[in-house]
Design a protein around this ligand. Structure first.
Ligand SMILES: NC(=O)c1ccc[n+]([C@@H]2O[C@H](COP(=O)([O-])OP(=O)(O)OC[C@H]3O[C@@H](n4cnc5c(N)ncnc54)[C@H](OP(=O)(O)O)[C@@H]3O)[C@@H](O)[C@H]2O)c1
Length: 251
């Protein structure tokens, strides 16, 4: 099969591409660095020629509801329309566990992206995953001189295992929303940020912070945990961190 990966250069996207190849399928990377812009549609038609399935793991780094909504609405609309023109038979979307229980603006944007995918012109599969083990490092990389470690109960999963499941789902028939993927243990995100900082020798101050109001309460009390049975990754945070420290590809 030929499988396009929107966001195939990103944190999880690299693992999706590797898993697609490992399954014996042919990956096509859709990202601005390969000449495809989801927000304008540039390059999409040429890139999707002969593609059987698309896995969407594109992303915008923002906490702004407005910016996230604009990115995911426009990008998903352009992608689905191009898939329909190209005769793509399956759209697979990665989403996030708990986006309907935690009232973050970015999560609201992901929720409407899910709805657009499930109601769209191409049969879809939507997988929600918990935070990646890599997420703590993303928080370190993406903040300024003081790092905010959110008080958030999570059950993180290695991005490598997310990538493998997405690559496998793309080969199966479209299934709508499928059971949520999580990792093996419940952990506090602010502690994980501290541990990654220590492992990397990052000396910035790290402040464990509970977001105010209902959002903070939901995050601290399990709103981001899976609430039903589903697939579970086996790589623990400790194993992932040890492999990252050893200079191995994380996961
Ligand atoms: N991080 C987590 O813990 C987590 C957990 C569960 C689910 N998710 C979901 O997983 C998805 C991927 O997250 P991530 O953290 O792996 O993303 P990421 O590292 O920020 O990567 C984003 C990808 O999107 C591409 N991209 C951005 N703007 C684009 C545009 N206009 N046109 C084409 N491609 C574009 C980027 O490539 P270029 O810059 O080259 O365009 C890159 O390949 C997101 O939807 C996120 O909600 C994340």
């Amino acid at each position: 099969m030929k499988i396009a990966v929107a966001g195939g250069t990103g944190v999880v996207g690299r693992f999706v591409v590797e898993a697609v190849r490992g399954n014996g399928d042919e990956p096509v990377v859709l990202s601005r660095s390969t000449g495809v812009d989801l927000t304008t549609g540039a390059g999409l038609d040429a890139a999707l020629a002969g593609v059987d399935a698309v896995i969407d793991v594109s992303n915008i780094e923002t906490m702004s509801r407005k910016k996230a909504t604009a990115f995911f609405e426009t990008g998903t609309r352009n992608l689905l329309a191009a898939e329909q023109r190209a005769g793509v038979g399956h759209h697979v979307l990665l989403s996030i566990v708990g986006i309907d229980r935690v009232g973050l603006g970015y999560y609201a944007a992901k929720l409407s992206q899910e709805q657009a995918a499930l109601a769209g012109p191409v049969p879809a599969t939507v997988l929600r995953a918990t935070q990646f083990h890599e997420f703590a490092g993303q928080m370190l990389d993406r903040t300024g001189p003081v790092v905010i470690g959110p008080k958030m109960l999570s059950q993180p999963v290695a991005a490598r295992e997310v990538g493998q499941l997405l690559a496998d789902l793309a080969r199966r028939p479209p299934a709508g929303r499928v059971p949520d993927l999580a990792g093996p243990q419940q952990l506090d995100m602010s502690q994980l940020v501290r541990r990654v900082a220590k492992a990397r020798g990052v000396r910035k101050p790290i402040v464990a912070f509970r977001l105010p109001g209902k959002v903070g309460t939901a995050m601290a009390t399990g709103g981001s945990l899976p609430d039903a049975d589903g697939p579970r990754g086996s790589i623990t945070f400790d194993e992932w961190l040890a492999s990252e420290n050893a200079g191995n590809p994380p996961g």
